[in-house]
Design a protein around this ligand. Structure first.
Ligand SMILES: Nc1ncnc2c1ncn2[C@@H]1O[C@H](COP(=O)(O)OP(=O)(O)OP(=O)(O)O)[C@@H](O)[C@H]1O
Ligand SMILES: [Mg+2]
Length: 224
């Protein structure tokens, strides 16, 4: 469960203060599929990045399963990124010269699991429909396939939360639908999904839509 109270991210440039997040209150229960929408600059990535320990707030509180991700030391951050959250980005950030298998295995290696990871990597690749591409170099894959590899990499450690920042932002309609199907399947399998999107159709596939404007939540509605 995620509990956010008064979450604030303030930037100060000279005498100007700018609130990327301006006092966000939000609770997300286990097993929810939440879409975060809102116009460019409204604070969506800032919120997701704080949840993923890629950024820290300037005020307010945030707990994920009782832990405040912004207060972890570097060792605990590594464990949190490995076990609690899996992050999927708009630009996939794969290692282009590594094979698909090695890209997906990377979080396991970073977590110190250097033994035979074949079962875990295989299961993650099967989940995204890419078992047959395991030995290919990542750079030879299409954009849609690369994003599916990135999803496999995000789930290989079996995190409870999937954080996805415009996962379909660089994909055409067919590939977007494929990625959305995978996120829906992950949700069905019990994951909590928090997805930033500009696309109303993609947002409608979530069960709750949170809309942001100028660093605030201006609407929060269930769709199902
Ligand atoms: N280092 C920084 N210094 C000053 N302002 C910043 C900094 N980083 C982000 N911002 C501002 O914070 C605001 C929120 O940014 P954020 O990336 O969260 O928006 P977003 O909703 O994800 O937008 P988009 O849809 O374009 O991805 C933006 O106006 C941005 O310019
Ligand atoms: Mg963004």
């Amino acid at each position: 469960m995620i509990s956010i109270k008064g979450l604030t991210k303030k930037y100060v440039t000279g005498k100007t203060e700018f609130y990327a997040l301006d006092g966000i209150d939000l609770e997300i229960s286990d097993g929810e599929f939440v879409a975060i929408t809102g116009k460019s600059g409204s604070g969506k990535s800032t919120l997701l990045n704080i949840l993923g320990t890629l950024d820290v707030p300037t005020d307010g509180s945030i707990t994920v399963d009782g832990v405040d991700p912004s207060k972890l030391n570097s060792k605990a951050i590594a464990a949190y990124r490995n076990k609690t959250v899996g992050f999927v980005f708009q630009s996939f950030y794969l290692e282009p010269s590594y094979t698909v298998y090695d890209n997906v295995e990377l979080p396991l290696i970073l977590a110190g699991k250097t033994g035979d990871n074949g079962d875990k990597v295989g299961a993650a690749l099967e989940m995204v429909g890419l078992s047959s591409k395991s030995g290919e170099k990542a750079r030879t894959l299409s954009g849609g396939e690369q994003q599916r590899v990135a999803i496999a990499r995000a789930i290989v450690n079996d995190p409870a939360y999937i954080l996805a920042d415009e996962p379909c932002g660089n994909l055409d309609t067919a590939n977007s639908n494929n990625v959305m199907d995978i996120l829906c399947n992950l949700h069905r399998s019990g994951k909590t999904i928090i997805m930033v999107t500009h696309d109303a159709e993609d947002a409608a596939r979530a069960h709750r839509i949170v809309t942001m404007s100028d660093g605030k939540i201006v609407n929060d509605e269930k769709t199902a």
